[in-house]
Every structure is written in structure tokens, then in C-alpha cells.
Design a protein around this ligand. Sequence first.
Ligand code: FUB
Ligand code: ZN
Length: 610
Amino acid sequence: MSEKSLQHIDFSKVTITGGFWKKRQDLSRKITVKAVFDRFTETGRFAALNCDWTEGKPFQPHVYWDSDVAKWLEGAIYTWQKNPSDRLKKKIDKTIDTFLKNQTPEGYFNSHFQTQEQENRFKKMNDHELYCAGHWMEAAVAHYRATGDDRFINGLGRYVDYIIERFVEKKDTGFEVPGHEEIELALLKMYDATGDKKYLDLSLHFLNLRGVHPRALSEDHKHADLSHYAQNHAPVREQTEAVGHAVRAVYLYTAMADAAEKTGDETLKTACETLFRDITEKKMFISGSIGSSSKGEAFTVPYDLFNLVAYSETCASIGLIFFAQRMLKMSADSRYSDVIERALYNSVLTSTSLDGKSFYYENPQEVVPYLHTRDGGTSAIRWPKMLRSAVFSCSCCPPNIVRLIPALGDYICSTEGDTVYVHQYMQSEIDLGNGKMLNIDTKYPQNGKVTVTVKGGDCKLALRVPGWCTDHKYETVKGYTYLDAKDGQPITVDFPMKVRFFESRPEAVFNCGRCAVQRGPVLYCAEARDNGKNLRDLCIESRCRFKQGIHPELGVPTLTGKATRRVFEDETVLYREKSNARQKVDITLIPYYAMENRGEDEMLLWFQVK
Ligand code: FUB
Ligand code: ZN
């Protein structure tokens, strides 16, 4: 491990005690964890773990189903760890027992292959066995850390031994590296949890082989370039552009960054920096969503930020957070923590309904409902679904939310020697170790005032000055302001949280002449229900003094202000000579994360501003 690394304080040492994120954590604990469990039960995903499905029975286990359950399990463990409950513990124990009971004598587990394709074990690169194995490992690490019980993690250890036997020793598998990355990052977590170098070595084995044998994934997988799809087009240290399936990509980059930090591999670190810049400077929506195209669920060319047809999968944003978190460990640079904030308050929050029960897979960046009916909804252009769903046939996103929200404490704070870094501003109590506690008192993002108190000794504090805050008074080094903190003496910073307009580079052509409205880290959008239809016709006054309020139906903050809209009264013409007639109107904006919670509606993030 590099000596300069930041040591992230993990969520087990952090209690989010109130405010914005406490509400979200409570919603997750009380509603979302159970809702996802119930949907996965109804769709046969938990029953599949018994590995007794036979032809003719309902609920045929799919290749990625195990990963859905494993991610739910990981999130349920985090939830239980912070708020023990017998009912949840029973579900956790039963899931683990079923997994352990149905592992084969070699340690292998996959409910699809064990019931349907025994003969194809480790033969099909794109069929997710190692991806599922990785998610089981992440759940097992969570369980071991939460309980100290090593049954589950030892079960995964046996599975890893079998993977080593087949992929490293015998080399008798049908592919060399996983089609869907995930196991690489999970093995590094296994290494952290156990200290056993075999996990690090296997992760490096897969990382080092990627791109060395570019190959098609499978004949029936009709993507333009199959090696790019799975980031298998070039050795990882030579990759400079984020390509292919976005979730696979960011899971890979997460592992690369973690491996670079653990081994001190500077070439790997440089590749990660280049890839991070490529994503965040050219391929990221303002919401923190990534992966523009539904074709291959993929990154495309730079500045392809076509809001109306954005794919922007929830898992990809979550993967970007994982990647940024690993990069932050290697370099205390707010470029990483700013991206985490952007994704958390926007793409991640948006993906879950306000009632905590339904989810976006693809997160719309703009909605014009009548366009979705083009060609009876079968248009070659794939429009994202306007509303969230309780479960999907490929339901990877909901359980990714289930595991992210209870572990949010992971993202708040790190230490490096005597310096305590605060990256995210959440009302919390943090155990820094060695008898030191950190208290963060804030109503962020309601306002930008944050009071930080260290107890148990003096230290240097490094507080992130949020990237959206361009009018602060602090001196910064890579986005952090460094202050001396005395034991028990509160330090208060204040980041002016006015409403701000943001514009994008000219190459992001769909946003030209338009601005996004942001207050603090939270993006605001307009819905037709509050503003009348044809939202693109609205023009906000640049000197508009927005008033804050609470939305009567949604209970979320609102910004109300002045705008104009064109007068276009003649319903019979499609075109006319330009007229300057404009009507003054009031505009009501809601947080982007609250969009489409009242049924399908037109929604806009990028406005004309004059
Ligand atoms: O293949 C498993 C999951 O389904 C991926 O992570 C998602 O992007 C979707 O392809
Ligand atoms: Zn997903």
C-alpha cells in the first residue's frame, strides 16, 4: 500500500445522525430493503439459490440472478449492521445458509449453470459466472466484517481456490478474463478483509490478462466491437478512453485504481487518471450519469450527451462513485469527491422513487412524453422508460441502491497522518480511532454551513470546497482548504448556497444556449405539471431571484422564479415568421431527484436563460 494513501474511514465507524441523508437511510431501511427482497422473492430469485430448478417449473434462473441476490444481501448486511433487527437477520442467515448448502464440492456456485448448463461451467465469457462470484464475495466480506463469523467468507475462499485451479493452474476454461468485470474489485476486498495474498494475485491475474487476448464475447452478442464492449481491446495500462459497457468499465477501473493503490503501480495509476478524466470531462451528464447509449449500454464518443435518449444506467453512476472513491484514496483531489457528490445528489437519488419502492434502470435526463410514442413505442431510437419500476427482468440497479445507501458513511471522511479530510457534508459522528471523534454538524444541502469539531486531540482539517461553489473565501489546494483544529473547538465553514446557472462546453451540442439550474449540489428540473407544457420554450431571467419553498404534493424543496415563454397562439401553423411576443410566467423547479413521481410528465433540466 502506497504510504501517501488516504485511509478512508469506513461506514461502521460513522453514524449519520440527522438531516438529508439520515432520511434517505431511514427510507432505505424501512422500505427499500424489504421492497427489493419481496420483488426478488416473487420473481423466484431467492428460490433459485436452492439450485433445484428443472424444466417446466416457473422462474428459470438467469445467468445474472445470483448477483441481484448477492447485492441485496450485501446491502441487507450493512443495514442490519447499523440497525440490528431479528427479522432482517433471519433473511440474511437463510440466504447465506442456502448459498453454502448448494456450493458444489469444488466450492462453485451458480444457480443458472448448476441447473441448466452443468457442462458449460466457465465456458462462456459473457455469462456472468465470475461477475456473480464477485458479488457473493462482496457480500461475504460485508458479513465477515459485520459479524466476525467466517463461515460465509470461507465458503467464498473455497470458490476462489477453484477459480484459481481452473483459470490460473489448469487454464482449461473457455475464456481468460471475465466478460463482465466485478470479480477483480471483489477479490481486492477479500484481500483487505483476510490479508491473504492469493486474492490480490488473482485480481492482478485478471487485470493483467485483460486486453491481451481480445476476442468476441459470444456469437449471439451483436455489438459492433465485442472486445471494446468488455474493455478487452487493449491491456489495461494502455487504455486511455472509457469504452464499451459502462458498468463493466467503471467496475474494471475501480479495481484498477484499487490495485494501483495497493501495489504502488504508477503506470496503472496514470491509466486510471486518464480514464477518469475522459469520463468526467467528456462523457458524463451533469447529473453524474454515464453511459450514453442503450446499444451495448455503453460509452460512445466524447460529448454524446443527448439528454432525450440518454441511457445513463443507475449501476454505472454507482460504479463511477466506486471508481472516484478509489482515486481519492491515491490523491486528495476534490475532482474525485466532487464527482461523488454530483452523482449522489443527482443520478443516484433520482434513481429511486420518493416512496423508496421503485427504481430507474435508465435515468432520463429529459422527458418529452409524446416522443416516446414514436412508431407506437417501437422506434429504432430507444427512449428511456419515463417511470420507475419495482423490479426488472435484469434487476441489477435496485440492489445496487440497497447496498450503497446504508454504507454512505464510507464517503464522508479519510485520514492521512494527522490530517483529517472531510469529503462529504453529512450530519454525522465519526470515530477516527485512537480516541478521536469527529462531529459534523450541518443542514447541507439545505444551506452551506458546516461545523466540524474534533474531540480527543488536535489535528489538521482538510475540508472540501465544493466544485459548484465558485465564490468562496477559502484558500485551497486541489479543492481542499486546510485548517488547524484544536481539540473540542468547532470550526465553521460556509459555502454560499445560492441558485447558480451552469453551462456546458460548446461540444455538448444539445445543451448549447441552455443552462442547468443548481442550488448547492442539487440539480433542479421543471415538470409540465407545475409549469405548463413545452418546457423548452421557457426562458428563465438570468437575474431571477428564486424563492425557496416546499412542494405541496411532493414535500420536496422548490425554487420559484420569473421566466417568459413565447406566445404562439395560432394552433394551425407549424412555422411562422419570428415574433418577439413573450408572456411573463412564474416557473416552479423541483429537485431533479424528485422528477416523475406524479406519473409520466414532460421534464427539463437544461433551460434557456436570458
Ligand atoms: O449484466 C449484468 C448487469 O446487467 C450489468 O451490470 C448491467 O449493466 C446490465 O447489463
Ligand atoms: Zn443496473
